[in-house]
Design a protein around this ligand. Structure first.
Ligand SMILES: NC(=O)C1=CN([C@@H]2O[C@H](COP(=O)(O)OP(=O)(O)OC[C@H]3O[C@@H](n4cnc5c(N)ncnc54)[C@H](OP(=O)(O)O)[C@@H]3O)[C@@H](O)[C@H]2O)C=CC1
Ligand SMILES: O=C(O)CCC(=O)C(=O)O
Length: 411
């Protein structure tokens, strides 16, 4: 019933036990501060009324304004939003940026809506939540099914109530106060985190490793592209319609062009069609889930043939699968460490908006990479010293920082 939030809290509790947190402190840190559920009614292109439900969960703001993406997908509900908001709290703390955690979205299927309908949903949703978001309150960003255009509509609708404040959302178009490097930031970060993990934990370069990537949207496509640029052989990628594989390595720029033209990877002439299940159990050095949550259950975890899993997606691993991976010695680089590149560059976009000053791409990447290099080293070090998994170590680090901020600020 409450599977995703329960799973996140399972990981939270493992770390809280190591930290010896009191029951009251655990409840304080676990419980979202505010949950909004709003009706998003629009006129569809057909003239009929479209009824949608939108959510925004504000989990914790001890370290700064609530921060996190907006998802447009048929699976969006309060449980998923709560879980993703909580993950944002720990993620922003692990990479030490001055934000808390929030998340939300609208339960809808953007693939079956026209662009005009998506715009009307976005504007109506913004009208419903505009008093609860803001540059110093809660700053949404893109996630599954949303993009820079959706962020531009939110900023525009928000400005009708509160004046011109581009820092109310991040991930905007570069022409409209967005940051250079934000669109590719999460994929770039996943590639850098993979490189740092291999260097520090395995004493191996990325050059020559084999990789499979599930999901070829924003995060999956840039992850595959960046790892291929670093010399990795990307042998399989997929989207919701299926996978393509090539044991000699897929030509990722050509595949990106194919996917843009055909809206699916299957049919790419440079690879053979396969199923998502095949991709997830292919023998590779690194397996990267970059689609939705809840991918790995215990059964699938027992069949995975990867040296390491880098969680570009949020919550791809159920707790029982996490235990199987630990038993089998398959390292899991957790979401709150692996996919933080997006929110890191969102932070830079927010800073640039507040400064009314544009950073160069070189500055964005240098500052981003420094945070990944430091956070991977810190989590690996903590895991080694405590004898725990990378996920537990990342949660310990995040919870420590949030808990300390709460204690210093007072309740
Ligand atoms: N955008 C960001 O900055 C960040 C995103 N993330 C996480 O990364 C993940 C991907 O997000 P993002 O790339 O933005 O989303 P997108 O909407 O851009 O892409 C999602 C991708 O997942 C694919 N997909 C959906 N269902 C399946 C399935 N059952 N099997 C295989 N592929 C599937 C989609 O395929 P299709 O197009 O065919 O539907 C699409 O290729 C999410 O978990 C998100 O929370 C994490 C940090 C930041
Ligand atoms: O860029 C952001 O603020 C949010 C990114 C996000 O939603 C995530 O990291 O899951």
């Amino acid at each position: 019933m409450h599977a995703f939030f329960e799973a996140t809290n399972h990981y939270f509790q493992q770390a809280a036990a190591i930290l010896g947190l009191s029951d009251n402190m655990r409840v304080l840190l676990e419980t979202p501060e505010r949950e909004l559920r709003v009706e998003v009614a629009i006129e569809l292109d057909s003239g009929q009324i479209g009824n949608f439900i939108g959510y925004r969960v504000q989990h914790d703001n001890a370290r700064g304004p609530f921060k996190g993406g907006l998802r447009y997908h048929p699976t969006v509900d309060e449980d998923e939003a709560r879980s993703l908001a909580s993950l944002m709290t720990w993620k922003t703390a692990v990479v030490d940026i001055p934000f808390g955690g929030g998340k939300g979205g609208v339960n809808c299927d953007p693939n079956s809506l026209s662009r005009a309908e998506v715009e009307r949903i976005t504007r109506r949703f913004t009208q419903q939540i505009h008093d609860f978001i803001g540059p110093d309150k809660d700053i949404p960003a893109p996630d599954v099914g949303t993009d820079a255009q959706v962020m531009a509509w939110i900023a525009n609708e928000y400005s009708k109530f509160h004046g011109h404040h581009p820092a109310v959302v991040t991930g905007k178009p570069v022409e409209l106060h967005g940051s250079l490097g934000r669109e590719s930031a999460t994929g770039h970060g996943v590639a850098v985190v993979t490189r740092e993990y291999l260097r520090l934990a395995r004493d191996r370069p990325v050059d020559g490793i084999t990789v499979a990537v599930q999901g070829f949207g924003n995060v999956g496509s840039f992850t595959a592209r960046e790892l291929a640029d670093m010399g990795a052989k990307v042998v399989a990628v997929s989207d919701a319609y299926g996978a393509v594989c090539n044991p000699d390595g897929l030509d990722i720029p050509a595949l990106q062009q194919h996917a843009a033209a055909h809206r699916k990877v299957v049919g790419f002439p440079g690879g053979q069609a396969a199923t998502n299940e095949h991709l997830l159990t292919t023998e590779v050095d690194v397996l990267i889930p970059a689609a939705l949550g809840g991918v790995f259950d215990a059964k699938l975890a027992a069949e995975v043939r990867a040296g390491a899993i880098v969680e570009a997606a949020n919550s791809p691993t159920w707790p029982e699968a996490d235990e199987v991976f630990q038993r089998r010695g398959i390292a899991v680089i957790p979401d709150i460490l692996a996919n933080a590149g997006g929110v890191i560059v969102s932070y830079f976009e927010w800073v640039q908006n507040l400064q009314h000053f544009r950073w160069s791409i070189e500055q964005v990447r240098a500052e981003q990479d420094r945070r990944h290099v430091e956070s991977v080293a810190a989590v690996l070090d903590l895991a080694r010293r405590q004898g725990v998994s990378l996920r537990t170590a990342a949660f310990v680090l995040g919870i420590q920082r949030v808990g300390r901020a709460k204690v210093l600020a007072g309740i």
